[in-house]
Ligand binder design. Structure first.
Ligand SMILES: [Zn+2]
Length: 87
């Protein structure tokens, strides 16, 4: 997984909901976009969210369900493992 100094993946995921609603400040949006550009896990999550919104037409109130978080952490674990096996 890419090392991103500005914000962590957990912070990025929290920002993505607001990002998709256009509720982020310009500064936060730039930080998030920087993270997304460097982090496959989070950009993949953003794509998933976009697909979900396309289907349901809505984003939740900004809270992730436990299931969604579990699924996300699994994705991050896989990325981490792939990185380790390469090292
Ligand atoms: Zn990330």
């Amino acid at each position: 997984m890419a090392l991103v100094k500005d914000i962590t993946c957990v912070q990025a995921v929290r920002l993505i909901g607001d990002y998709l609603e256009g509720a982020l400040s310009r500064r936060d949006r730039r930080r998030l976009e920087k993270h997304l550009a460097a982090c496959e896990a989070c950009s993949g999550y953003l794509e998933q969210m976009r697909a979900t919104i396309a289907l349901t037409g809505t984003v939740g109130p900004g809270d992730l369900s436990e299931d969604a978080l579990d699924a996300l952490m699994e994705v991050f674990d896989n990325f981490r493992r792939e990185g380790e096996s390469e090292a």
